[in-house]
Design a protein around this ligand. Structure first.
Ligand code: AMP
Length: 307
């Protein structure tokens, strides 16, 4: 069982109320790969990097079972660069810089060895690139999930809508769901977005958890109330990686199993925010993950007598 992950591999500059880093490895694909590798290997990565992307990071990813045959290196250009600033309410951030660099003329080529993958995670990236990957796959994966963001809704809405007709699960945050649907109520937004193509919709609400919509069903997963949130960058991608990694491991794409997958994604995201960049993700042990999962179980379990 394999999983293709498409996304950026990047450098980020991040400022939060608790610190600042001028250059740290990031990118949607990087976070997805680190998160999904907790559940399944190989992860077949598709991305593009410049001459500046650190070899140690590539080695670290490989060590965890991430195949890099689909990662193109451009010798004379810089990697994608993103810079963001968080305020005290870390659910909101300002994007300060998005330098596409190598991403500007990326035409992904799906290696032959990736054909036949049963799961596809289209990480946050240009919808044009997401579409190109879907179109190159000779056999449609069992499940295609996709992340996106306001940046792409602003500049490539038609392409994005086309991708929506070809996928199974869309994962976006609440502001993006409102932007995409033109509806303020998330229930109405969900109904509208589900009519655009995806069968499942995950709406991420940062420290307020996530909602899963499917037909007339809705499931809510909380986020763990953490004492310290250091850097929320990558939490959404980590969530996505944990979600699809767990589905790929269990090979079960039912609504019921997706509820568990959402908790897995939330647990991994709760680690991601504890340190800058993907650093915390590299340290998680199975024991730590299990302990955090039981915190989730305790958080939402209660008795009620309706008699
Ligand atoms: P998240 O906090 O989960 O939304 O993801 C943050 C990561 O997404 C950062 O590491 C960035 O490098 C990457 N990123 C930011 N903007 C974009 C974009 N427009 N396209 C693709 N990746 C992006």
């Amino acid at each position: 069982m394999s999983l293709i992950s498409v996304g950026t591999m990047a450098f980020d500059a991040i400022e939060t109320p608790f610190g600042k880093v001028d250059q740290i490895v990031g990118g949607s694909g990087t976070y997805v790969a680190y998160a999904a590798a907790n559940f399944i290997t190989p992860i077949q990565q598709i991305s593009i990097i410049g001459y500046d992307f650190p070899q140690e990071e590539l080695d670290e990813l490989k060590k965890r079972g991430v195949e890099l045959d689909g990662v193109e290196t451009v010798a004379d250009k810089k990697s994608f660069f993103w810079s963001g600033k968080y305020h005290l309410d870390m659910n909101n951030r300002d994007t300060l810089v998005t330098d596409l660099n190598v991403l500007a003329d990326f035409n992904p080529i799906v290696p032959d060895s990736y054909q036949g993958a049963e799961f596809l995670m289209l990480g946050n990236l240009s919808p044009h690139i997401q579409l190109s990957v879907i179109n190159q796959l000779k056999v449609r994966p069992k499940l295609i999930a996709m992340d996106s963001m306001n940046f792409w809704m602003d500049i490539a809405l038609d392409d994005l809508k086309e991708v929506l007709t070809k996928i199974d699960v869309l994962m976006i945050n609440d502001a993006e769901a409102r932007q995409l649907s033109g509806e303020f109520s998330l229930a109405k937004a969900a109904r509208k977005i589900l009519s655009m193509g995806p069968k499942f919709l995950v709406i991420k609400k940062g420290e307020h958890g996530a909602l899963l919509f499917h037909e007339d069903h809705v499931f809510f997963a909380p986020a763990l109330p953490l004492e310290e949130v250091f850097d929320p960058t990558g939490a959404g991608d980590t969530f996505a990686g944990g979600f699809i990694g767990y589905l790929a491991k269990t090979k079960d794409i039912s609504f019921t199993n997706m509820k568990t997958a959402i908790i897995m994604g939330s647990a991994l995201a709760s680690f991601c925010v504890e340190k800058f960049g993907p650093n915390r993700l590299k340290e998680i042990t199975k024991k730590e993950l299990d302990a955090r999962l039981s915190e989730f179980v305790q958080l939402v379990s209660f008795d009620i007598d309706l008699a």
